[in-house]
Structure formats: structure tokens, C-alpha cells
Design a protein. Structure first.
Length: 201
């Protein structure tokens, strides 16, 4: 198992997958890690719909494509780094559809205040992504399909209180991903008050 800090430093979005399946035993490890996240009042208001069925997976990938091509791409053309734009194009036009598993991460408003759902559900999602990376799996946290919440909820038979918040595509990476591009923590940290660099040397 890789070192925790190696996992953190290599985790990134994977948008092209090989045809190889992901065994349930690995999914269990990934989902177990997800459920050890903190949550407001320890309500653990998450629900994971693990989609293997090809038709349902295809539907989710299709909703993702529709939202991207129906306006999100046009907006992102002027906002997103060209490299990421091209990769999302690749994911939405076939890459995501080839992932053997789509985990729809939901928040249950029946078991927690709705306003706390994102802050409780996304730590669990991050645990899931890190666990996937630790096991060598590729993963992509996506939210495009949630813009078509009704269609997504219908295809998964979600009760009204269960809100789809993200779709994580999971599988084996078709190619090796390079290192993530991130701004150094040094530029994001302040000493005692905003604007004073914490790091003096
Ligand atoms: C809240 C959130 C929503 C995201 N939604 C999408 C998405 O809908 N489609 C997608 O391809 N990537 C999505 N991403 C992945 C980001 O594009 C990715 O994390 C970011 O560009 C960093 O790229 P890297 O992982 O390659 O370093 C999302 C990430 C977050 C945190």
C-alpha cells in the first residue's frame, strides 16, 4: 500500500479507463473508507448508489455529456485550462461511459439538515477518491450530471429526500496520469492575519 502522502500527492481526475472490471472487494474498501469521514452531528447522511448496470451507467454518462455539450462546455471554454477542457471533452464523449463503475454519491435530507449535506458528503467523497488512488484505481469526481437532478434521480429510483450530489466514475486508468498541478501551500497560508506570509524563508 502506498504511503498516505504519496496518495495525496498523486490523486487526480482520471477520465479514460481500460475495459477491466473492478471487483466488489475493492469497491468495499473504497466505500468503507468513504464512510469513515467526519459529518455534521455524525449523522453520516451519505448514500452511495454503485452503478454497474450498463444501461444505467450509459444513462448517467449520457446525462453528463448532455450537460457538458448543452452549455457547460461553452462557459468553461473561457474559464478552464485548455488541458483540462480537452480532458473533460474526452471524458464526456466516451471516457466516462467506459468506466465499469459509477458511484452516485447522495445526501439524505431525511437524516440531516439539508444545508449541511454538502459539507458532510464531500469529505466522504474525498476519502473515497483517496482510497481509490491508494488501490491503483482511477477515479473522477464529477457534478455535471447533477444539473439534471430529476432525470438522474429517476434513473436510480431515488426517494425525494435523497439528493444526488456527485458521480464518481471508477475503473482502471487507461494511461498513467502525470502529477497534479497545484499552487503551493506556501502561497495559500497566512500568518495570524490575511496577507502575511506564514512561511518566512
Ligand atoms: C466539486 C467538483 C466538481 C467537479 N466536476 C467535474 C465534472 O463535472 N466533470 C469533470 O470531468 N471533472 C470534474 N471535477 C474534477 C476537476 O476538474 C478536477 O478535480 C480539477 O480540474 C483538478 O484536476 P486534476 O485532478 O487533474 O489535478 C470536479 C471537481 C470538483 C471538486
Amino acid at each position: 500500500m502506498p504511503d498516505f502522502f504519496d496518495v495525496v500527492h498523486t490523486q487526480r481526475a482520471c477520465r479514460s479507463f481500460s475495459d477491466d472490471d473492478v471487483p466488489d472487494e475493492l469497491l468495499a474498501k473504497v466505500l468503507d473508507a468513504a464512510t469513515f469521514a467526519p459529518s455534521a452531528e455524525n449523522k453520516q447522511p451519505w448514500a452511495f448508489v454503485v452503478v454497474r448496470d450498463p444501461d444505467t451507467r450509459g444513462r448517467i454518462a449520457e446525462l453528463t455529456r448532455q450537460v457538458w455539450e448543452g452549455g457547460a462546455r461553452q462557459y468553461e471554454e473561457t474559464h478552464l485550462d485548455a488541458r483540462i477542457l480537452a480532458d473533460v471533452d474526452q471524458g464526456t464523449t466516451g471516457g466516462f461511459a467506459r468506466a465499469p463503475v459509477a458511484v452516485v454519491v447522495c445526501g439524505d435530507a431525511g437524516s440531516a439538515f439539508e444545508s449541511t449535506l454538502p459539507s458532510s458528503v464531500f469529505p466522504a467523497t474525498q476519502n473515497l477518491l483517496l482510497a481509490a488512488t491508494a488501490l491503483g484505481l482511477g477515479s473522477a469526481l464529477t457534478t455535471l450530471a447533477t444539473a439534471m437532478r430529476d432525470e438522474l434521480s429517476t434513473s436510480l429510483a431515488l426517494p425525494d429526500t435523497v439528493k444526488p450530489m456527485a458521480v464518481v466514475f471508477l475503473g482502471w486508468p487507461a494511461k498513467k496520469l502525470g502529477p497534479p498541478k497545484r499552487v503551493s501551500y506556501r502561497e495559500k497560508t497566512h500568518r495570524d492575519r490575511y496577507g502575511e506570509s506564514f512561511w518566512r524563508s
